[in-house]
Design a protein around this ligand. Structure first.
Ligand SMILES: Nc1ncnc2c1ncn2[C@@H]1O[C@H](COP(=O)(O)OP(=O)(O)OP(=O)(O)O)[C@@H](O)[C@H]1O
Ligand SMILES: [Mg+2]
Length: 367
């Protein structure tokens, strides 16, 4: 049985259709991430699952119940919002048990739940404090605790980490991941942060303009993007998109690549039937920074070419080097000990085995 099924769901605000037929299905215990740029409809979809927004068309099924027109309180969900407003006059303990109080759970039982949740989130020493005496991360944990006190069939999170500073965000991200591994809860989590999506999700729905562009595991989406938008959205630094002319070679195809005034022919060592119709035309080569690495000298290899270095950015574990290929700035991830400086040439090796190709007009993947 599925934990959640979203069937042909549409949403219009007046004449504007913001969700255009969404279909998603997840199993119990799965961590689903809805990711996409601002305004693509993530929160609207989450709010519809929660029952905070009406559904214009289609159905939402939680477990074996169609909940499309049910009240939020009857859906067996718990939600953590982006602005996790805690009640300022209540202690942490009272904030966590507030929903239980409303549901008229007896006090001794409430205490058991609060203790369990506080232990899970490691906030036991904070239970008697008021929110103003907590750090941002601690407040976030209390907001999470309020949801976890409920034990629903699905947790809904809308950008729960976006108010935290970078370091705390990374810490809380691991804690959420650990919590999910331990408790095996079903989670739908909205973010516009592709790193959060890659690190947390079992499955990702990449959204754009009210549509799901691709649904799959993080690795599937990273390795096998359906189109140029997804390829560019997932991964940091982004995939490089280099327009190049495709020609036929003896045993496959070649790409004409120019850098620093020198043209090199790179061999395409993959079997992509769709490329046949692009011979003599332009294609967009999608190559990730980690697929371009430095080699010490000009080895007689069809995958090595001299490139002019424009920018060098050390990050610690690796160094990002910007070169220019066919007139386009291209980022390569090289070893921190690589010898490179702006204006100097360096020999780079291209791993085209994982490269992807796109149609320059439609931006769709060539397969
Ligand atoms: N009540 C409303 N009335 C009219 N339009 C709305 C309403 N709520 C949202 N929208 C529009 O629907 C679209 C989707 O909004 P939504 O809040 O779902 O985006 P989002 O993906 O969550 O974006 P963000 O990452 O910025 O939070 C936007 O264009 C927004 O302006
Ligand atoms: Mg939103």
């Amino acid at each position: 049985m599925q934990a959640l099924k979203i069937q042909n769901v549409e949403k219009s605000f007046g004449a504007i259709k913001v969700l255009k037929g969404i279909n998603i299905e997840i199993e119990p215990g799965q961590f689903l991430i809805l990711v996409g740029p601002s305004g693509c409809g993530k929160s609207t979809l989450l709010n519809m699952i929660a029952g905070l927004e009406t559904v214009s068309k289609g159905d939402i099924v939680i477990g074996d119940r169609t909940v499309t027109h049910l009240d939020p309180k009857d859906r067996d969900i718990a939600m953590v919002f982006q602005s996790y407003a805690l009640y300022p006059n209540m202690t942490v303990s009272q904030n966590i048990s507030f929903g239980l109080d409303i549901a008229k759970m007896p006090k001794p039982e409430q205490k058991v739940v609060v203790d369990r949740v506080a232990k899970m989130l490691q906030i036991e020493p904070l239970l008697n404090r008021k929110p103003k005496a907590l750090s941002g991360g601690q407040r976030q944990r209390v907001a999470m605790g309020r949801a976890l006190a409920r034990d629903p069939s699905i947790y809904l999170f809308d950008e729960p980490l976006s108010n935290l500073d970078a370091k705390l965000r990374v810490e809380m991200r691991s804690e959420i991941k650990e919590l999910h591994q331990r408790e095996k809860t079903t989670i739908v989590y909205v973010t516009h942060d592709q790193i959060e999506a890659m690190t947390l999700a079992d499955v990702i729905a990449v959204m754009k303009d009210g549509e799901v562009q691709q649904f799959g595991t993080p690795q599937e989406i990273y390795d096998n993007p359906e189109n140029q938008f997804i390829a560019g959205f997932m991964g940091s630094p982004s995939m490089n998109f280099v327009p190049c002319e495709l020609s036929k070679s003896d045993d496959g195809y070649e790409l004409l690549m120019e850098s620093a005034g020198k043209v090199t022919r790179l061999l395409v060592n993959q079997d992509i039937p769709g490329l046949a119709q692009y011979v003599g035309r332009s294609v967009v080569l999608g190559v990730r920074p980690e697929q371009i690495t430095q080699v010490s000298e000009d080895k007689p290899d069809s995958m090595v070419m001299p490139c002019a270095v424009e920018i060098v950015e050390p990050t610690g574990p690796d160094t990002m080097v910007t070169i220019r290929l066919n007139g386009v700035k291209t980022v390569c991830r090289v070893h921190p000990t690589a010898i490179c400086s702006p204006g100097e040439p360096m020999f780079l090796q291209f791993d085209v085995t994982k490269a992807v190709f796109f149609d320059p007009e439609t931006e769709l993947r060539i397969r």
